[in-house]
Design a protein around this ligand. Structure first.
Ligand code: COI
Length: 354
């Protein structure tokens, strides 16, 4: 891919690495590439970060034809920069795009584009422990058209944000509200796709949860509101009587990269992993009997995030005394050691950048 690079003449001041929060600051540059039907992908470029001109009639603004991804660049103790399984993000974006009638952005080009923008903004990859450069590839249609037809023009973009922990709690347990009024996904819908519309539809649950003092929502299945699926910004796993339960990826759950990685590790560590439907009633009954040993979320932004409190219709259950569980901590340590290059990569998951 021929990428034209135009560097900024006014680099921004870097934020304090100890107080980054998540997704608040943007690096100096962004990657852009256009798609035109009949021509394909063209004009790959890295330009100074800034507004993208949009036609007010662009389909993305009206009918949400948009997809996105999330991955991170990590700085090792030796000062090298590396990615974690970027090919998984590339493949998931292809699947999301297929569902949203958007053209695929090829895997090799995706990885090349990510490496290119991270290399240009290498000095934005934090060195502070626990901080990384969050990379947000996204794609949307730029075509002006108010009738409901598929589009022929798209933009693929990547922006980067030096970030710390997603939750203010850090690795400390978060409180989760089980949502039983609104639903996030149904079979045949877009639940498995990473598209803005899924998150827009979920905001109302998030708002409700936050108003009640909870960090995020645990979504139940959209058909029966019976089975646990995923949390707002992460997949969720339950350690019950020594076994690990998580919702199967059958069209309504986001196939998380961290989810997949942790299931692989858990199996290697000898755990029985049950990618099966788990009803909220059974889960609460297990909680009441003290059989839920740990609950934790998995996600690129969330990493491994222990859950200390679950509230379902006012039945408030405290998990593991609201403390970080042994397994959650072991997974967190393993994953972050791997991502920051502190232990050998025995799975071929690490991709060096520079
Ligand atoms: C990610 O973990 O990368 C996500 O996209 C979740 C988002 C809600 C921050």
């Amino acid at each position: 891919m021929d990428i034209k690079i135009t560097k900024t003449t006014s680099p921004k001041e870097k934020p304090d690495q100890k107080a980054l929060g998540f997704g608040k600051y943007m690096s100096d540059h962004m990657f852009l590439m256009d798609y035109t039907e009949g021509i394909g992908w063209h004009d790959a470029r890295i330009v100074p970060y800034g507004p993208i001109p949009m036609d007010p009639g662009a389909v993305a603004l009206h009918y949400a034809q948009e997809t996105f991804e999330g991955l991170k660049a990590y700085r090792t103790a030796e000062g090298k920069i590396q990615l974690f399984r970027p090919e998984m993000n590339a493949r998931r974006m292809i699947n999301s795009n297929h569902r949203l009638c958007m053209p695929p952005f090829p895997e090799d080009m995706f990885i090349e584009a990510v490496k290119a923008i991270v290399t240009v903004d290498a000095d934005w990859v934090p060195s502070e422990p626990g901080a990384s450069l969050y990379i947000r590839p996204f794609m949307f249609t730029t075509e002006c058209q108010l009738s409901l037809h598929n589009s022929r023009e798209f933009l693929f973009a990547i922006i980067c944000s030096p970030s710390g922990a997603y939750y203010a709690e850090g690795i400390n347990p978060v409180k989760i509200l089980v949502e039983d009024e609104y639903v996030r996904a149904v079979k045949g819908g877009t639940g498995f796709a990473k598209c803005g519309g899924n998150y827009a539809g979920a905001m109302i649950g998030q708002e409700k949860a936050e108003a009640m003092g909870y960090s995020q929502v645990l979504w139940l299945d959209g058909q029966e509101r019976k089975y646990v699926e995923e949390v707002g910004g992460m997949n969720i796993m339950f350690k019950i009587n020594g076994e690990i339960w998580t919702a199967p990826c059958e069209g309504t759950v986001l196939p998380g990269v961290t989810r997949d990685s942790m299931l692989t590790i858990l199996k290697e560590w000898g755990y029985t992993v049950r990618e099966e439907k788990l009803s909220i009633d059974d889960l609460m009954a297990y909680c009441e009997k003290g059989q839920v040993e740990e609950v934790f979320g998995t996600g690129t932004a969330a990493v491994i995030s222990p859950v200390g409190v679950l509230n379902y219709r006012g039945n408030v259950q405290t998990i593991n005394n609201n403390e970080i569980g042994e397994l959650s901590l072991k997974l967190y340590t393993y994953l972050t050691d791997l991502q920051w290059g502190r232990i050998p990569d025995t799975h071929g998951w690490i991709v060096p950048v520079c």
